[in-house]
Write a protein that binds this ligand. Structure first.
Ligand code: AP5
Length: 216
C-alpha cells in the first residue's frame, strides 16, 4: 500500500503517520523530518533547507524531489509507503507519480485531513517533540508525564523553531493554495478521501483506518 497524508501544518499528519505506519507495516517518510535531520547534521542540504523552513516557506522542488525519490528507491520502501508532508506541490506530485509508474506502482489513497485553521495555530504553538525518537506531544492535549522528558525514551523535548506564532502563520499562508491544488489533483485521479481531523487522536486514527478498509 502506498499512502499520502495530505493536510495543512498541524492537522496531525506526523501523529497519525507514526501510528498508521506501525499498524499497517509501512515505511513512514516525513520530508520535514528528513530536512530537520540534515540541518541538525550540518550538511549542505540541511543548511539550505533550514533557510526556507525558518521563513515558513517551501524548500525548492529541485532539492525536495531528488531527496524523496532517492529515499523511496531504497529496499525498505518496497514494503509500502506512508508519505507525510510530500508531495506539497503539483510538480512534486507529478514526479512521484512518474517515479512509481516506472516501477509499475502507484499511490493507492490520499487521506486529506481537515481541521479549522484557528485550531491549527493552537496545536502548533503548543507542540513539543522528542529530539531523540521524534515522539510528538502537546502541552494541553498530550502532555508528557514529566515536563520536558519523553515518555517513550527519556529524551529531551524541544519546540520547533518554525512553531513560533509568526512562522506558523507564514506556513499556513504558504501551504493553503498548494494543499487545495493537490486535493484537486488527486480528486481527479479518484484517490482522495477527506477525513475530519477534529476530535481525539484515537477518533482520527479510527476514521483513517475506516477509509483504508477497502484499499488492498
Ligand atoms: P513538516 O515537518 O512536514 O511540517 P508541517 O507540514 O508544517 O506539518 P507539521 O509537522 O507542523 O504538523 P503535522 O500535521 O505533522 O501535525 P502533528 O502531528 O505534529 O515540514 C516542515 C517544513 O519543512 C516546511 O514548512 C517546509 O519548509 C519543509 N518541507 C517539508 N516537506 C516539504 C516538501 N514536500 N516540499 C517543500 N518543503 C518541505 O500535530 C501538531 C500538534 O497537534 C502536536 O502537538 C500534536 O500533539 C497535536 N495534535 C495532533 N493531533 C491532535 C488532535 N487530534 N487533537 C489535538 N491536538 C492534536
Amino acid at each position: 500500500m502506498r499512502l499520502i497524508l495530505l493536510g495543512l501544518p498541524g492537522v496531525g499528519k506526523g501523529t497519525q503517520a507514526k501510528i498508521l505506519a506501525t499498524r499497517q507495516g509501512l515505511l513512514h517518510i516525513s520530508t520535514g523530518d528528513m530536512f530537520r535531520e540534515a540541518a541538525a547534521a550540518g550538511t549542505e542540504l540541511g543548511k539550505r533547507a533550514q533557510e526556507f523552513m525558518s521563513a515558513g516557506a517551501l524548500v525548492p522542488d529541485e532539492v525536495t524531489i531528488g531527496m524523496l525519490l532517492e529515499r523511496i528507491a531504497q529496499p525498505d520502501a518496497a514494503k509500502g509507503l506512508m508519505l507525510d508532508g510530500f508531495p506539497r506541490t503539483i510538480p512534486q506530485a507529478e514526479a512521484l507519480d512518474a517515479a512509481l509508474a516506472k516501477q509499475g506502482d502507484q499511490i493507492d489513497r490520499v487521506l486529506y485531513i481537515q481541521v479549522p485553521e484557528a485550531e491549527l495555530v493552537a496545536r502548533l504553538t503548543g507542540r513539543w517533540s522528542c529530539s531523540n525518537c521524534g515522539a510528538i506531544y502537546h502541552m494541553q492535549s498530550k502532555p508528557p508525564k514529566a515536563a520536558g522528558v519523553c515518555d517513550e525514551c527519556g529524551g529531551a523535548l524541544s519546540q520547533r523553531a518554525d512553531d513560533q506564532p509568526a512562522t506558523v502563520n507564514a506556513r499556513l499562508d504558504t501551504n493553503r493554495a498548494w494543499t487545495e491544488a493537490l486535493a484537486e489533483f488527486y480528486g481527479k485521479q479518484g484517490k482522495l478521501e477527506a477525513i475530519d481531523g477534529t476530535g481525539s487522536p484515537d477518533d482520527i486514527t479510527a476514521r483513517l483506518e475506516g477509509a483504508l478498509a477497502n484499499v488492498s
